[in-house]
Design a protein around this ligand. Structure first.
Ligand code: NAX
Ligand code: ADP
Ligand code: MG
Length: 287
């Protein structure tokens, strides 16, 4: 049994390093995000915004056509396709470094068909972030996981669905056993999120109830997608840095705000990452 390790700000500097001068957009990874049905367009917009603002070289959202104009308007930096255009989706997925599936995907037959297609296409060396509706679909339909670098990002109810462990029984020991069965990295999101890997358990010791608002997890999924696509040395460390950065920015904003909007966190990411990448800068106090 491994002991609990508190995540510290040190993870930020380990992962968020200065950009090499000899570089272009391809150097900083490709992230494809799949989600946003006709009810939850906001979720894919927020996840995609986070992926763009966290520095991914190339970002594409695959979504219900109803969201395409809104996405292009909010985020001209991102490319957008219809998530049921499987020819285009296959091409995109084949060159992705990270894939985020689930924010606002929904739980319909169409959602399931899309998720199964993604699972079929993914390669072993790609990072696959399974969030939101995709977690519920995996749980409800007992889907077999593809071979990939998989990260689940469930909140406690999604984790209950996936692991079968009732929220009240989600102890570290029980969660570790469920993680071992899945064989994937699992972030159980709550106040002081815990992250389970095959080797270790980490706990986030920062974060604020000002984060308890719709879209906060969609935004985290986008940051995880960006960091794993961009900082490719160790996908688990990159994911840990994403979790830390998300809440560090939220805490800073919450010093003067009752609630922190998910899109505000994304908007602060470029400035926050700049400060982290500078020598001898403090990790917070960036505003
Ligand atoms: N603007 C948008 O388009 C938004 C879309 N969203 C999407 O909506 C879909 C459904 O996700 P939801 O999470 O809303 O619904 P879920 O049905 O998956 O989970 C919500 C249920 O879980 C319970 N719960 C227990 N512990 C919880 C915890 N620690 N955190 C959160 N819920 C907890 C809640 O009381 C509620 O009954 C996802 O695909 C998600 O990405 C949400 O992110 C909200 C914003
Ligand atoms: N009280 C809280 N303290 C700290 N973090 C919180 C709190 N409530 C929610 N969060 C964070 O907000 C995010 C919520 O994720 P999720 O429930 O998936 O949101 P959504 O699906 O609406 O985007 C998680 O990262 C979680 O840790
Ligand atoms: Mg969520």
């Amino acid at each position: 049994m491994t002991s609990l390790q508190a995540l510290s700000a040190d993870i930020l500097k380990e992962v968020i390093t200065p950009r090499p001068v000899q570089s272009y957009k391809g150097t900083f990874g490709r992230c494809v995000l799949i989600g946003g049905n006709n009810q939850f367009g906001g979720a894919i917009i927020m996840a995609t915004m986070a992926a763009v603002y966290a520095g991914t070289g190339l970002v594409t959202a695959a979504t219900d056509p109803i969201n395409i104009t809104a996405l292009r308007t909010r985020l001209p930096e991102a490319m957008v396709i219809d998530y049921q255009d499987f020819n285009q989706l296959a091409t995109l997925l084949s060159s992705a470094d990270s894939i985020v599936v689930g924010p606002g995907l929904g739980e319909t037959e169409t959602s399931l068909k899309i998720l199964k297609f993604v699972f079929n296409q993914v390669h072993a060396n790609q990072c696959l972030i399974i969030d939101g509706s995709a977690i519920t679909l995996v749980a409800n339909h007992h889907l077999t996981l593809p071979k990939a670098q998989i990260i689940f990002t469930p909140h406690e109810m999604e984790w209950q669905r996936l692991s079968g462990i009732a929220i009240a029984d989600q102890t570290e020991v029980n969660n570790q056993a469920a993680q071992a069965k899945l064989g994937a990295m699992v972030m159980v999101k709550k106040h002081h999120t815990k992250i389970y890997t095959n080797q270790d358990v980490y706990q986030l010791t920062i974060g604020t109830p000002a984060q308890a608002t719709g879209g906060m997890g969609d935004t985290l999924a986008g940051i995880v997608g960006a960091f794993t696509a961009q900082f490719r040395t160790d996908y688990q460390k990159s994911a840990l840095a994403a979790v830390y950065a998300h809440s560090a920015i939220a805490e800073e904003l919450a010093a003067n705000q009752y609630v922190v909007l998910p899109t505000q966190i994304s908007a602060q990411l470029p400035q926050f990452m700049h400060q982290i990448s500078q020598p001898d800068e403090r990790p917070i106090g960036f505003i």
